[in-house]
Write a protein that binds this ligand. Structure first.
Ligand code: MG
Length: 302
């Protein structure tokens, strides 16, 4: 989908709220019968006296979803609405979340959701937060404490023993879904209410995500899912960095506790690492430090 157009019917209050939220947008000459027209990097928004809001451009659906969240849901169910090339949406406040540790045999799974407000943007840019995957561990250790201090956030760490205990009934995607949801529930509690724009770095289809939450007592709805979101949204990038930091700290603590040089990842070198660990600490101790269902367990121990 290239140039999208989205029209929704709303009221004056919502129109003015939207204009207020997008106060960084360029204000254009007001067309006839319109209340205002503004332009963001990828969307022209016209508010009409009749209560009609018209969104035009690549970002049409995402901006329309700010006023009517169901717009995004409909858009996502259409295969043509893939937003792989979408531009970053500079909408604040925003909340975003990401997880770390799901590809590592050793160590916990961590998830962090953060809230970024307009007044945090400059601070984050100066810190150099963009592509969090490209940031090395040393920089993660330097940046994360500053983010933790500055941003409202919710961090969850699922230790290996608990992970192994629940993994039978819940696959990895189910576990991640529940953790992300839990992070938003906690963040909502902290803030009183969540920003209208919440983003998950997409690891599963939105419909599956909500299916995994069907037995949860509290579910946060209307979340926007996007792949590579850690490169596009400051809130997701910040969440990713804090989650990575928490993972590193847990990993350090494990290495110290066992006096053992655990390896990250899940490649063939890890198989050898597993054998060494078991030789030193016994097979039972693996339950405390590894994700046992990974194929590495069988490869290493037969
Ligand atoms: Mg991710």
């Amino acid at each position: 989908m290239s140039m999208g157009t989205c029209t929704i019917q709303t009221d004056q209050t919502k129109m003015l709220e939207l204009k207020q939220r997008l106060k960084h947008a360029e204000v254009r000459k007001t067309p006839p019968y319109a209340v205002y027209q503004i332009k963001t990097s990828d969307c022209v928004i016209t508010a009409y006296e009749s209560g009609k809001l018209v969104f035009q451009g690549n970002g049409a659906e995402e901006y329309a979803a700010l006023v009517a969240p169901s717009v995004m849901q409909k858009a996502q169910s259409r295969p043509t609405a893939k937003k792989a090339q979408a531009q970053p949406k500079e909408i604040y406040p925003q909340a975003g979340s990401d997880e770390v540790g799901t590809g590592d045999y050793f160590g916990p799974v961590t998830v962090c959701a953060t809230c970024v407000r307009e007044e945090d943007v400059e601070f984050l840019r100066e810190l150099g937060i963009q592509d969090s995957k490209a940031i090395d561990d040393t920089a993660i250790r330097r940046m994360a404490p500053k983010l933790i201090e500055r941003l409202p956030h919710s961090l969850l760490i699922l230790d290996n023993a608990t992970y192994n205990r629940i993994h039978g009934e819940n696959n990895m995607v189910a576990i991640k879904s529940r953790m992300h949801n839990q992070a938003y529930v906690h963040l909502r509690k902290k803030l009183g209410s969540l920003p209208q724009f919440c983003i998950i770095d997409q690891f599963v289809q939105k419909t599956s995500y909500y299916r995994y939450l069907k037995n949860e007592r509290n579910v946060v709805y209307d979340i926007h899912f996007e792949t590579k979101a850690e490169n596009k949204y400051l809130s997701v990038a910040a969440g990713s960095i804090i989650a990575r930091y928490a993972f590193l700290k847990s990993f350090d603590a494990m290495c110290e506790q066992y006096g053992f040089p655990f390896l990250k990842g899940a490649g063939s070198r890890v198989d050898e690492n597993i054998r060494e660990f078991v030789a030193a600490h016994g097979k039972e101790a693996l339950f405390q430090v590894a994700k046992l269902h990974f194929a590495n367990t069988k490869k290493a121990l037969g």
